[in-house]
Structures are given as structure tokens and as C-alpha cells.
Design a protein around this ligand. Structure first.
Ligand code: ASP
Ligand code: MG
Length: 411
């Protein structure tokens, strides 16, 4: 007998038929004699619908009230799934976050889980009932409802797996795993059987949106392997887990891209202490996340050009802030380019293989793609390129690193 944590995303519970199907899957595992906690998201499109409703009433709805609102989507699905389970003769109980003490901080709309009181869950298991838990939501010390950020049900599931000591957290969704690149762009994309937490973190934050990034951080911290599988197929699946020596053999595991990037360049900023601080503080004060930053060396020791990227969503706001600071920074001008994108290669094997970056640059140049900015980490190389070349870039890199074959090419 094992403790099993399953999470079903919005598309898996998007209609009564699908909920029945999910109930059938849960029932099967229950009848094998397992203790089961099922975490569910809202029906697909419901959370968006609630957010749209709020925006119709207020241009800046209070975050606390937003959480009261958007958390309702999950209340609907836990009730419906529990009914479906009972109809199959499976004892089950729907549970909201407050009922199992999913305590969070009070950062509404992006709250962090602090603790979970597992006693109630254990009582549910002892009564031989399936626990059907509302994902995405939590409760503050003072009893206010919070939510964990978009896609937060993944994190709810991983947190439950961690506190219950489950060997695995199963995440069921509408894709059958994590791919070497976006299959919509490159028909040679291959499903990965296994990927490390660090690679998945890079892939998730770089744009491959299978799991909420925070859920992977949580999984890594508590060493909970995550299996991403399709709800509607028994085949496939990708296991995100800790690194083993096997995994270093692959130099590059995947290629990701992010079109939601824009570039801002400040020409002729003064080359002296405090300038970068002066520039980036107002951006962060306005909640604008800066991704890549490049400052060139000034040829005369007095002035340098500085480029950085923000999301396309923040571009107009960022341009306004920076333009207002030109004279303060002693700069000559500001130019922006919202039509850029970021393409990245990710792989833990990079740590032990040389020549990976140069291979990437050669591959991009072989098809005439100009690299505007570069950044690297231990297991990732990212390039900013013109967004119109993203598809071509993904395909040429997939080819260069032979990602269609297992055991990618050593540079
Ligand atoms: N329903 C929430 C959302 O759409 C949480 C989730 O699906 O994980 O973001
Ligand atoms: Mg999701």
C-alpha cells in the first residue's frame, strides 16, 4: 500500500465527461489498495473567466478579493470529482485548503506555502476515503484565502507529496511529457524520459510551461520526483528527478524559447559607480523584472552603452521610466526593440563538456541569425535574436545537437 498524490490540470477536468474519466482512473488506483490524495485545478478557462469578470468591475481589483474570487474555480472541481467518485462506489471527500491547514504567507495572488497540517488528510486515509484537494489555494494565519500564482495547483500537489512522504508526485495534463523542444515548431522533437530538477527549472522559467516553476523548486528542495503524464494515454511520461551520472551524458537536453522579451538600450551612460543602481532601482520598484543585462566596455573610459531585456508586457512601462531618467543618468539616448526573443539550450551535461556555446553560435550563424545578446549559466546558454527567426533557430539547434537521437552529440 502506498500514498499516491495525483494532480489533474484544468484540461483534464474541463467537462463532466472528462471528470468521469478522471474518476475512473482514480478509482482504479484506489481499488489497488492505495491511500490517494487527488489535487485538481479549476475547469479549463474558468480561472481566466473569473479574472476577466474582476477586470470588468475594477481596473485594479484588491488582491485579497481576487483570491476569494479565483479560488472558487477549484471548489467547483473538487465537489464534482468527489461526486463522480462516489457514483463509482469510491468513498471520497472534497477538501478546501483551510480544511487541511495549507498555511501560506499573506502575499495574495502569489502566496507561498509555509506548512500543511497533515492530520486531517491522514484521518481521511484512515477512513479509507480518497482526499480530493483544491489546488492553487491556501489560507493565512488570520484565516484569509490566498492563491499560489497561476498554475499553482502543481505546487499544491508537490507540497502534499512532500509532507506525506510520497515517493512520487503524478501530474496529469494534456501533453504526455516534456519534449526536447516545442513539438509545434519542430517535428523532430523527442519526449524526454527523465530530466533533472535544475534542467526543468531552466526549461520552466525559459518558457516551456508544463509545470509551475515554483513546484519544481519545491520538488527539488524536498526531493520529490515529479512524473508528468497525459491523462488520456497510458504511454509516455517524463520524470523530473535528482541528477544521476547517466544524465550528464546528454550535453544538451532541450531547447526553449521565450517570445515575451523586449530589449532596451541606453546609449552613452556614464561609466562611473552608481549608474546601474540608479537605473535598475526604479524598474524594480515598479515590479519590472529585468532578465539579461549587457554593458559594453567604454572605449574612452567615460561612456558606455547598456542593454537589458524585460518582458514585452512590461516594455512600454519600462521605456517610460528609462526615458524619464536620461538626463539624470547622463545618457545620450534610449532605443527600444520589442521584436526580439530569447532562445536557449539547457543541459546538465554542459558542466562537463567544452565547446557547447560555440556550437550554438555556429549553428545560428549558419542560417544567418544574428545574436544580439548572450547570457550563460552552468547549465544553460541563452541568446537574444530577432523574434522572426525563433522557429528557424529552434530547428537548427535541434539538428546541431542531434536532439532527435538519444545521447545528444558531444560538441
Ligand atoms: N486554476 C489556476 C490557474 O489557472 C491554478 C492551476 O490551474 O494550477 O492558474
Ligand atoms: Mg498548469
Amino acid at each position: 500500500m502506498a500514498v499516491i498524490i495525483q494532480k489533474y490540470g484544468g484540461t483534464s477536468v474541463g467537462s463532466p465527461e472528462k471528470i468521469k474519466f478522471v474518476a475512473g482512473k482514480v478509482a482504479k488506483r484506489y481499488r489497488e489498495g492505495n491511500d490517494i490524495a487527488v489535487v485538481v485545478s479549476a475547469m479549463s478557462g474558468e480561472t481566466d473567466k473569473l479574472i476577466r469578470l474582476a477586470k470588468e468591475l475594477s481596473s485594479s481589483p484588491a488582491p485579497r478579493e481576487m483570491d476569494v474570487l479565483v479560488s472558487t474555480g477549484e471548489q467547483v472541481t473538487i465537489a464534482l470529482l468527489t461526486m463522480a467518485l462516489k457514483d463509482l462506489g469510491v468513498p471520497a471527500r472534497s477538501l478546501l485548503a483551510f480544511q487541511i491547514g495549507i498555511k501560506t504567507d499573506d502575499a495574495y495572488m502569489k502566496a507561498r506555502i509555509q506548512e500543511i497540517d497533515v492530520d486531517l488528510l491522514k484521518k481521511t486515509f484512515a477512513a479509507k476515503e480518497v482526499a480530493v484537494v483544491a489546488g492553487f489555494q491556501g489560507i493565512t494565519e488570520d484565516g484569509d484565502i490566498t492563491t499560489l500564482g497561476r498554475g499553482g495547483s502543481d505546487t499544491s500537489a508537490v507540497a502534499l507529496a512532500a509532507v506525506l512522504g510520497a515517493e512520487l508526485c503524478e501530474i496529469y495534463t494534456d501533453v504526455d511529457g516534456v519534449y526536447t523542444c516545442d513539438p509545434n515548431i519542430c517535428n523532430k522533437a523527442r519526449r524526454l524520459d527523465k530530466i533533472t530538477y535544475d534542467e526543468m527549472l531552466e526549461m520552466a522559467s525559459l518558457g516551456a510551461k508544463v509545470l509551475q516553476t515554483r513546484s519544481v523548486e519545491f520538488a527539488k528542495k524536498y526531493n520529490v520526483p515529479i512524473l508528468v503524464k497525459s491523462t488520456f494515454s497510458d504511454e509516455g511520461g517524463t520524470l523530473t528527478t535528482k541528477e544521476d551520472s547517466d544524465m550528464e551524458k546528454e550535453v544538451v537536453s532541450g531547447i526553449t524559447y521565450d517570445k515575451n522579451e523586449a530589449k532596451i538600450t541606453i546609449l552613452g551612460v556614464q561609466d562611473k559607480p552608481g549608474v546601474a543602481a540608479k537605473l535598475f532601482s526604479p524598474l524594480s520598484d515598479n515590479n519590472i523584472n529585468v532578465d539579461m543585462i549587457i554593458q559594453n566596455v567604454s572605449s574612452d573610459g567615460k561612456q558606455a552603452d547598456l542593454s537589458f531585456t524585460v518582458t514585452k508586457t512590461d516594455y512600454d512601462k519600462a521605456m517610460k521610466i528609462v526615458k524619464a531618467m536620461i538626463s539624470d543618468l547622463g545618457a545620450r539616448d534610449v532605443v527600444g526593440d520589442p521584436s526580439i526573443a530569447k532562445i536557449s539550450i539547457v543541459g546538465v551535461g554542459m558542466r562537463s563538456h567544452a565547446g557547447v556555446a560555440s556550437k550554438m553560435f555556429s549553428a545560428l550563424s549558419s542560417v544567418g541569425i544574428n545574436i544580439q545578446m548572450i547570457s550563460t549559466s552552468e547549465i544553460k546558454v541563452s541568446c537574444v535574436i530577432d523574434e522572426k527567426f525563433i522557429e528557424l533557430g529552434v530547428r537548427v539547434l535541434h539538428e546541431a545537437f542531434e536532439l532527435d537521437k538519444t545521447g545528444s552529440a558531444v560538441a
